[in-house]
Write a protein that binds this ligand. Structure first.
Ligand SMILES: Cc1cc2nc3c(=O)[nH]c(=O)nc-3n(C[C@H](O)[C@H](O)[C@H](O)COP(=O)(O)OP(=O)(O)OC[C@H]3O[C@@H](n4cnc5c(N)ncnc54)[C@H](O)[C@@H]3O)c2cc1C
Length: 328
């Protein structure tokens, strides 16, 4: 079969770190099954990013240029990538499991006539057989999957395959392929960063995070009141809390949100799915409040409280207030 292909994710001319983690997954598969590696860098004017990928990894890079690919669109990415990847006949196509990767990977697999296995967290090889592991049922179960024969498109969970900063001793070769106009049903006009909250969320020392377990918007007062008792604190949340409209998406923590590493992270009514945990597992101290003793968040929490947050947070707030008053 052809090489193991890694699809890099670029934004504004920079390489997203999840791309390097996908490269590590590719190296692991290459060690198990053999096969060379090739990185594809799709976008417009991506030569600089392609050079960076080649020099850091030592792997050959194909810069896949398309004038219309200034901003991401699933239709465009699937068409460009299917055209470039198909003739290579790869065994594995590795895509970062980001919002973008998760968006186009299944459609790309369909176009390639390939299998698709998403959110892979670990790889194992024994007796000539590769086993892929991913979470299931919100992180409560772990599932082992054996890939089929032929091409398999994998999305790999950010944070699962650590990549160092080391530069390769000898850079890979970079070549460029221009793809022509692609018939797409829609055309993205551009992507704008949301202004405002990012800096404070990234710089906060204490993050009080709300999840679906908060129950309703009116209960967000419990979270904001608790946060207000810590200096350099901010309220954030899971995607479920943002989807419910309790918080703006700029406050979402996780694989498709922000990555934070505060001194203290208080997870309130958050189950702890892999997508959320990948954005906060670097926190120095994690406190989890959850009614379900089997919630996966307790696997990474330093302090676990099995209690209704509507009961526990007012007690915690009161205790914190007393400490503040005693100190002043
Ligand atoms: C491609 C992709 C990207 C994603 N990116 C992200 C991301 O960046 N960030 C993110 O967070 N999610 C992300 N998700 C969604 C993620 O899979 C989960 O759906 C989400 O994190 C769940 O949020 P939650 O923990 O708040 O809700 P749930 O999983 O529903 O958990 C709610 C928890 O609250 C507890 N609870 C209920 N009532 C109470 C109470 N009264 N007191 C205390 N505890 C209570 C429950 O026991 C439960 O554990 C992504 C999903 C996909 C597919």
């Amino acid at each position: 079969m052809g090489p193991i292909v890694i699809i890099a994710e670029l934004e504004g001319g920079s390489v997203r770190s999840a791309s390097y983690e996908a490269v590590e997954a590719g190296r692991a598969l290459s060690r198990m099954e053999g096969g060379s590696l090739l990185i594809l860098a799709p976008g417009n004017n991506v030569r600089g990013a392609a050079d960076e990928l080649a020099s850091r990894t030592g792997i050959d890079v194909l810069a896949l240029e398309n004038e219309d690919a200034e901003a991401y669109s699933a239709g465009l990415w699937k068409s460009m990538l299917a055209e470039a990847v198909g003739p290579l006949g790869p065994r594995f196509v590795i895509v970062p499991h980001t919002a973008r990767g998760y968006d186009f990977a299944p459609g790309l697999a369909v176009r390639l006539g390939a299998a698709c296995i998403t959110a892979v967290e670990a790889l194992r090889g024994s007796e000539g057989r590769i086993t892929l592991t991913r979470s299931a049922f919100g992180g409560k179960l772990s599932m082992d999957i054996a890939p089929s024969e032929g091409t398999v498109v994998l999305t790999v969970q950010p944070g699962a395959f650590a990549s160092g900063d080391a530069q390769s001793a000898s850079p890979g070769n970079v070549s460029t392929k221009r793809t022509g106009a692609i018939d797409s049903r829609y055309r993205p006009l551009g992507i704008r960063a949301v202004e405002g909250e990012t800096a404070s969320l990234n710089e906060a020392e204490v993050v009080v995070a709300a999840g679906r377990g908060v129950g309703k918007k009116e209960n967000m007062g419990l979270i904001t009141e608790l946060a207000s008792l810590f200096s350099r604190s901010v309220v954030a949340g899971s995607r479920a809390a943002c989807d419910a409209g309790w918080l703006p998406y700029a406050r979402q923590v996780g694989v498709t949100g922000k990555t934070v590493a505060p001194r203290l992270y208080i997870a309130c009514g958050i189950s702890g799915t892999a997508q959320h945990v990948s954005g906060m597992k670097g926190s120095q101290t994690i406190v989890a409040i959850n009614t379900d003793p089997g919630a996966p968040i307790f696997n990474i929490a330093h302090v676990g409280v099995v209690e209704d947050l509507a009961v526990f947070i007012p007690l915690l707030t009161e205790a914190r207030l007393k400490i503040k008053l005693l100190r002043n």
